[in-house]
Design a protein around this ligand. Structure first.
Ligand SMILES: C[S@@+](CC[C@H](N)C(=O)[O-])C[C@H]1O[C@@H](n2cnc3c(N)ncnc32)[C@H](O)[C@@H]1O
Length: 295
C-alpha cells in the first residue's frame, strides 16, 4: 500500500480545492448542466476530498461510489463527509447527505484498482473521477483505466495529477539534483508497476484522445507561501527529503543541507484532465439532402 494518512490528506485538502483549474471545472459543470441525476465513481478516493471539491459542479442528485483499497481511509471518509454535509444519515453501508440544494448518496467500496477495476467501476457510471491519483499509476494501467472508461462511454475528470514542476523558496544549489532524484522515486512501483509519475498527464491525454475522446487540460499548481501554508510546506518538504533519500541518487550530507534551511514557499505543478466521449460535429438531417448541419 502507498500509505497515505488521514492527517496528510486533511492538510492538503484546502490547497487542492483552491488550486483546481477553473476552465476544466466550468467545462465539467456545463457538460452535465441539463441533467438531474448523475452516477459518479471516484478512484483512489481517500477520505472523499474530491467529492467535496466537485459536488457543487454537478446536478442536484448525485450517486457517488468512493473506491479505495485502504479501508481505514474510507472509514475516515464517512466522518469527514458527515462533518462537511448539512445533514448525514447512514442507510445500511451507504450514506445519504444533504449539502445546500444537493442530495448525495454515497457508497464505499474497498477495492484494489490494480486488480478489481471492472468491479470498482460498475456497469453504468456517467462520470469517472479521481484526484491526486494518476501519478501513482503505471502507463499500462492508465491505458487499461482509459479503456474501461471509454468502453462505458463515461465522462472522465481527474484533477491534481503531478506534472513535474517543483520549485522551492529560497532556491538552493542542490535543487536540480534533488528534483531528478525525486522523479526517480516518482517512477517507482506504487502498486500498479513502475508509476507514470510526472508523465501521467501526457499519458492520460494520449490514451483518451486515441479512444476518440475530446480532452481538455488545465494547470492546477499549488502555490504555497508561508506563513499561511507553513504546515503544508513543512510536511511536503519532509516527504520530499524522504523520497529523495529513498531514491539513493544524492548523498545524504547534501540532502541534509538542503532540508536544514527554512523553506518559505513551494510551487508544485499539477494538471487537471477532462475527457468526454467524442461525437460527430456534422449530423445528417434526413429531411435535407444537401447540407450537413453543424451542431
Ligand atoms: C494521494 S492520495 C489521494 C486521495 C484523494 N483522492 C484526495 O484527493 O485526497 C491517493 C489515494 O489513492 C489510493 N490508492 C493508491 N493505490 C490504489 C489502488 N491500487 N487501489 C485503490 N486505491 C489506491 C490511496 O489509498 C490514496 O487514498
Amino acid at each position: 500500500m502507498t500509505g497515505f494518512s488521514t492527517d496528510w490528506l486533511a492538510l492538503r485538502e484546502s490547497a487542492d480545492h483552491r488550486s483546481r483549474n477553473s476552465n476544466v471545472a466550468d467545462a465539467l459543470q456545463a457538460h452535465f448542466g441539463l441533467r438531474d441525476t448523475l452516477r459518479i465513481v471516484d478512484l483512489g478516493s481517500g477520505t472523499g476530498s474530491n467529492l467535496r471539491g466537485t459536488a457543487d459542479l454537478l446536478p442536484t442528485h448525485q450517486q457517488w461510489t468512493l473506491v479505495d483499497y485502504d479501508a481505514a481511509l474510507l472509514s475516515s471518509a464517512r466522518t469527514a463527509l458527515a462533518d462537511w454535509a448539512d445533514s448525514a444519515q447512514s442507510v445500511g453501508e451507504n450514506m445519504q447527505l444533504k449539502k445546500g440544494h444537493l442530495n448525495l448518496e454515497v457508497t464505499f467500496k474497498v477495492a484494489d484498482l490494480a486488480n478489481d477495476l471492472d468491479a470498482a467501476l460498475g456497469e453504468t457510471p456517467d462520470l469517472v473521477t479521481a484526484s491526486a491519483f494518476f501519478d501513482l499509476v503505471s502507463p499500462a494501467a492508465i491505458g487499461k483505466i482509459a479503456q474501461a472508461v471509454t468502453k462505458r462511454r463515461a465522462a472522465f475528470c481527474t484533477v491534481l495529477t503531478y506534472n513535474g514542476i517543483q520549485q522551492w523558496v529560497p532556491r538552493h544549489p542542490s535543487d536540480s539534483a534533488l528534483v531528478s532524484a525525486y522523479h526517480h522515486h516518482q517512477r517507482s512501483d506504487k502498486g500498479f508497476g513502475p508509476a507514470a509519475g510526472p508523465t501521467a498527464p501526457a499519458i492520460l491525454a494520449d490514451r483518451f484522445t486515441a479512444s476518440g475522446y475530446r480532452v481538455l487540460e488545465g494547470d492546477s499548481p499549488w502555490n504555497l507561501k508561508a506563513p499561511s501554508d507553513a504546515a503544508l510546506i513543512n510536511e511536503l518538504s519532509r516527504g520530499y527529503v524522504r523520497a529523495v533519500g529513498e531514491a539513493g541518487k544524492v548523498d545524504a550530507a547534501a540532502i541534509e543541507k538542503w532540508g536544514a534551511r527554512s523553506i518559505t514557499g513551494s510551487v508544485v505543478g499539477h494538471t487537471d484532465t477532462l475527457a468526454f466521449p467524442g461525437h460527430n460535429v456534422f449530423m445528417d438531417d434526413p429531411e435535407d439532402d444537401d447540407d450537413d448541419e453543424v451542431i
